[in-house]
Design a protein. Structure first.
Length: 306
């Protein structure tokens, strides 16, 4: 399986950083437009315009026939919901915007879950837990590549154990479902490559974590059971029990000295600290996607409000 993984050179990773920054800018623009009364098609159009203005192409549009540039999943929709002018956001909704772009043949992929006005505090906390689990997985990968002993499932275990640690209820039971049918993936000259990256599992298994690996990590949590089903449109995945879902994602590269989060404006420096690669710490951005960049909205720091 190790032989099936596309490893990237430092120069190729820098080109992927350029694509990642385009994705980050598109998500930022769409996120800033989220408010009651806006349609998911409006958000899709905003993201697509940013992608095209940067000289890139939406990765999702036309992918196996997918008809839009983003996936805009609201409330019980987990992933792959098609934007629509008829899906109007309302106060209290929560929306995941998933976006990909290809620039000069290299892909970036990321997702963010955004509140629409004031949302249920339990949903706020679940979104925060998903963010924390994602960053724990990236940190585990960085430690693994630096030690030379890391395995792919160390990332999965870090995600699951973080959800367990932060998401326990008063009786010690897990408060959130971890969606098992979908997960992260390799990425590079194609949007989806080997290896598949589950959001659960025992550590110490799977391919070795080595410099040149580029992965998209994407925890998906639900307020109820983790079971999902696909709707008749052939794309939209929803929770079977109708519970609210959240989904976050970043694309990151492994280097000799840590991780570079290619779809984070700061390269992951703030969250990873010394585990961030030298390229990330130096701010060696391949491109800055234009004026007015405000950065990705996250749920980090919301725990005190819950």
């Amino acid at each position: 399986m190790q032989d099936d993984i596309q490893l990237k050179t430092p120069e190729q990773i820098a080109r992927m950083r350029a694509a990642g920054l385009v994705v980050a800018a598109a998500l930022d623009a769409a996120t800033q437009a989220v408010k009651p009364g806006v349609s998911t098609a409006d958000l899709d159009a905003i993201a697509e315009q940013v992608i095209r203005d940067a000289g890139a192409v939406p990765s999702f549009l036309g992918y196996h026939g997918y008809p839009a540039s983003t996936c805009t999943s609201v409330n019980e929709e987990v992933v792959h919901a098609i934007p629509s002018p008829h899906r109007i956001l309302a106060e209290g909704d929560v929306i995941t915007i998933d976006c990909g772009a290809v620039l000069d043949g290299w892909h970036g992929d990321a997702a963010v879950t955004v509140p629409v006005g004031e949302v249920d505090p339990e949903v706020r906390r679940m979104a925060w837990v998903a963010e924390e689990a994602m960053w724990a997985g990236i940190a585990a990968a960085a430690r693994g590549v630096r030690s030379g002993r890391g395995r792919l499932s160390d990332i999965s275990h870090a995600v699951e154990s973080t959800v367990d640690r932060l998401g326990r209820g008063r009786l010690g039971r897990r408060r959130y479902g971890i969606v098992t049918g979908y997960g992260g993936h390799g990425i590079g000259t194609e949007m989806h490559q080997d290896p598949h990256l589950p959001n659960h599992g025992r550590p110490g298994r799977g391919p070795r974590l080595v410099p040149g690996m580029v992965l998209a990590i994407e925890p998906m949590l639900t307020l109820g059971r983790p079971d999902t089903t696909e709707l008749s449109d052939g794309w939209t995945v929803v929770t079977v029990d109708g519970s609210v879902a959240v989904h976050v994602e970043h694309t990151f590269a492994l280097t000799e000295d840590g991780a570079w989060v290619l779809t984070a404006e700061d390269g992951g420096r703030h969250r990873l600290g010394e585990l961030a690669s030298a390229a990330a710490r130096a701010g060696a951005d391949a491109v800055r996607p234009g004026p007015g960049w405000r950065g990705r909205r996250t749920w980090h720091g919301l725990r005190a409000a819950d």
